[in-house]
Design a protein. Sequence first.
Length: 442
Amino acid sequence: MSIPEEFTTTDIKKNSASEEQLYTAFLKSGEPYRSLARKNYHQSASAGFVHDPGAKNAQRSTPGLDLSDDALYYNTRGSAADYWAGVELPKPTKNIRECRADLCKWGYCLIEDALSASQTTRMKQRLGDQAKGERLAGIASWMGTAPVPGQALSNTQFLHSLINKGEQFIQCVEHDPAGVQAGPLIEQLLNEALGSQFLMSSFIAIISNYGNMPQGLHQDQATAPFQDAAAPYTCNTMYIMDDMGEHNGGTLVVPGSHQLLSEAGSGRPIEVPLPPAINLAAAAGTVMIFDGRLLHGTGVNKSNDSRTILVMNSIKPFMRQQELHMMSAATEVLTNASSKLLYRLGARPQGLGGIEGAWNGDYLVNQRLKLEQGEYEFVRELSPDSPDLNQNFTYRISDTGLVQAEHQPETLTEIKAQYRKSRPSWQRPEAPRFPSVKKRAP
Ligand SMILES: O=C(O)CCC(=O)C(=O)O
Ligand SMILES: [Fe+2]
């Protein structure tokens, strides 16, 4: 069989030079990171905003950290501190108007006592036990910062899928004041920044230890290459679990960078110099909300104690979640979940992320249960004379499948009778239903 010349890979390749390709200038620009990697770009980023632990500094014989050169982005004393002296950066507050103004102007805000003293203690205890348990079990996850030269693994420990690891973490996702006293304030700000139908992308603990390498500064929403000055499309909620500051690797943050980077536009170099980073300083129990466009990263922990934060990323509902919650949520978490928790996890899709067409508000828990029990029946190739039209397809017990079954115009009589009483084992949670269904005016 011969196919037209224009459809052959040779011909396509010949007519697809890099400069002729669609959107090349933007998609291959490497911005904003190309700009951020420029040396001598700014006083506190003399080697760019990424640290290569393997590179040797000309004046020193050993690779790794150089804590004496204040022109490196992760050292925030000296000239970086001078730069910010006298500037009113966000301070912890319970006032929502101040939070809103800080988030807008600086790209982050700090919520004072977002966790009460007892909520903080309970959470810290749980995290400490969990982290140690995972280390002893040989399943600890080391990531986020580069390994110290000579070591095989990073010395920064992550705890993933926190929703499986304690009730208090589920309360964070639900913004339930029983677990997070500032839950309603946090949720209000996320609703404003992302719209009330945001999804929870991932919920992780990050534990840095003495002498960790700094993380390269990044925007959390840089998974998409677009820079939009109008609004963020992700926001992060950071729970600070230890008093944090310059001494123990308080998160490096470049205040105001959310605007400076996005105003340059998608794929455009950043022409204005960026201010230096600060180490976030706040007490345990504080929550920081930050804009997905803010430049930030893990700082260097110079203390002998570990530093723990939790990060919960929230995204617009059209985006892909970082954690595949429908895979990783524990069975009992899904089956006992509220309507709201299921929504935030993506188990209640509103048009995207469904299973076999069950995507318009359907609950997907039964499909997941069938899969884990090895009983999921996919709808495969069928025809009018297929011998197995009466198979127990899992689609039959999807919300959509159930609603449509009784109105199906051509179902074979015996199949209709066979499945008339078919009901899934898991029943959707009672009210309140989330998102709330708008009642039409009579
Ligand atoms: O550890 C920190 O302070 C920040 C971590 C972070 O930004 C990240 O992992 O994306
Ligand atoms: Fe980040």
